[in-house]
Design a protein around this ligand. Sequence first.
Ligand code: MD3
Ligand code: FE
Length: 217
Amino acid sequence: MTLDLFGNDDARHDSPQTDELGPGAFVLRGFAQPQLTTLQADIDAVIAQAPLRHWLTPGGKRMSVAMTNCGEVGWISDRMGYRYGAHDPLSRQPWPSMPASFEVLAQHAAEAAGYRDFRPDACLINRYALDARLTLHQDRDERELGAPIVSVSLGLPAIFLWGGLQRSDRTRRVRLAPGDVVVWGGPSRLAYHGIASVEGSFDAQAVRYNLTFRQAR
Ligand code: MD3
Ligand code: FE
């Protein structure tokens, strides 16, 4: 383990497993590898309580990515817009609580990237089938834009698009493999990003999952 869990800048920047995408934005390669089995079991338990669903965009289009949430608040989209809410609109129940495995991993990853005291109150769970895409967008529905976002990839690899602060900035393609963790904050917090494609495999049933941890309110 060459990742920096203790605030040593040199360890962070010198690690061959850490890829700096931009100022304040890092890919921690394989950071979540040892936890993948536990994380997947906890994802399955959340989904059993709050099923994955395809939200409608405010424009009325069905999103190709299936989503659900855990934590105090969850990300919701419908004809009325994007927002965070404390209840699952399907069940009218509070979102399932955030599993301890999620919270510990998100905090450790934020710290390894140099962000102390990350306390996520929302975890968005995204499931990508082979034909799912996430078009270039900014994450700006969160109240606390000073906090970073932490994302964890599981299942099939995907090609992540990393742009700049303007939609028209050129994008870089970054392959995200299972266990890779992306942490971005500071000057990169409002960078445009998306998922261009998911890589197929011999297993026709296989999917990609992504966990995104935010301090939403
Ligand atoms: C860099 N999810 O849920 S996570 C999203 O893989 C989302 O499911 C993607 O974008 C996914 O909003 C990408 C990695 C990521 C997310 C947000 C970023 C990287 C980011 C925001 C700014 C810069
Ligand atoms: Fe996003």
